[in-house]
Design a protein around this ligand. Structure first.
Ligand code: SAM
Ligand code: SF4
Ligand code: SF4
Length: 327
């Protein structure tokens, strides 16, 4: 693996590429998918699977060593298995973020190619509430797939976006899951994107979550954060699993950021909140070298949250909706 050449003006080496395989989804989580729907790329503008592999190769030649597949819902992408097999040959650490509905179809393949790390979005342990949040009824299927993944020894993290008055009373129930299981819970602060009616008064902060956990369980072990970690991590003494807090709003973790995003229509975003995008797919299709574009984009990266000191709607409404960024 070569040393990263994708270095920003703060000296941060970018080694982690998150690729959105589609801007479509089989769920409609209200904090992610705008009620009126989101603009979706036409098929000719979406990266073909062969193009995803070829672009990934270029990133890998420039030092990327980890690729996360996301979306929209990555598992609804046709011939997803073919893509995974081809990406696994690049010698990178492959990871996945999914809503879990279709996971059972792919566990055998993941075992074969060594894809171990899977984040599953699960915002409630209550079937009715999950249906309210996602506007679909797949709770039983998702839970069965999570259990199967854990049984097979996959590293499963559960992504939970807490929203006041919706699922904020479930903090303890989620942490309880870590008592007898090696699962990790990732509580993600509610973030603003185009069309998601963000309002921080609906969000639940890192501080509030920690306070609820400390009051209930008494003590917490503070875990060491791996390099480039986006969460602060904890465990309840004696519990098998752990939990982490992704505090993008109240305590952003950008100092050590090593992330690059590629949207399903082949645009590079140097930050989750970047409003400026760099089209890599069009020049790639025209046969141009895209390494210079990648380097130029990373040189323009701001230190934190695309330069947003506070979350301002005039900025984040210019971004895409989360379902089309690739979270
Ligand atoms: N469909 C897959 C899933 O749900 O895991 C992958 C894509 S989804 C956009 C990736 C992650 O983004 C999910 O864990 C989801 O909870 C998170 N997410 C979406 N909108 C968010 C928001 N407004 N604030 C915080 N996290 C959000
Ligand atoms: Fe779909 Fe994931 Fe967004 Fe939910 S969070 S709407 S599952 S892309
Ligand atoms: Fe990196 Fe931007 Fe996320 Fe900060 S907000 S960690 S700079 S992608």
């Amino acid at each position: 693996m070569s040393e990263s050449q994708i270095i920003d003006q703060f000296g941060r080496k970018h080694t982690y590429l998150r690729i959105s395989l589609t801007d479509r989804c089989n769920l409609r989580c209200f904090y992610c998918m705008p009620e009126e729907g989101s603009e979706m790329a036409d098929k000719p503008h979406v990266m073909k699977l062969e193009e995803i592999v070829a672009l990934s190769k270029i990133f890998v030649s420039m030092g990327v060593d980890t690729i996360r597949l996301t979306g929209g819902e990555p598992l609804i992408r046709k011939n997803f298995g073919f893509l995974v097999e081809n990406l696994a040959e690049l010698g990178v650490k492959l990871k996945l973020t999914t809503n879990g509905i279709l996971l059972d179809q792919y566990y055998d393949l993941f075992e074969k190619v060594g894809l171990k790390s899977i984040n599953v979005s699960l915002d409630s342990l209550d079937k009715t509430r999950m249906a309210f949040i996602t506007k679909r009824d797949y709770y039983d299927r998702i839970m069965a797939n999570v259990r199967e993944g854990l049984k097979r020894g996959f590293e499963i993290k559960l992504n939970v976006v807490l929203i006041k008055g919706v699922n904020d009373k479930e903090i303890i129930d989620f942490i309880e899951l870590t008592r007898d299981s090696k699962v990790q819970i990732k509580f993600i602060e509610f973030m603003p994107f185009k069309g998601n009616k963000w309002d921080w008064s609906k969000g639940v902060s890192e501080e509030e979550i920690l306070s609820v956990a400390k009051t209930h369980f008494g003590g917490l072990d503070v875990l060491e954060n791996p390099a480039h970690s986006t969460s602060s991590n904890y465990a309840i003494p004696g519990f098998k699993g752990s939990f982490g807090l992704v505090s993008t709003i109240t305590n952003p973790f950008c100092d050590d950021c090593n992330r690059i995003r590629l949207t399903a229509d082949g645009k590079m975003k140097n930050c989750l909140f970047a409003t400026k995008e760099t089209d890599l797919l069009t020049p790639f299709r025209e046969g141009a070298q895209i390494e210079g574009l990648i380097i130029q984009s990373i040189k323009e990266k701001k230190y934190s949250r695309d330069g947003m000191d506070k979350m301002v709607s005039s900025h984040f409404e210019k971004n895409r909706s989360m379902v089309s960024i690739g979270g």
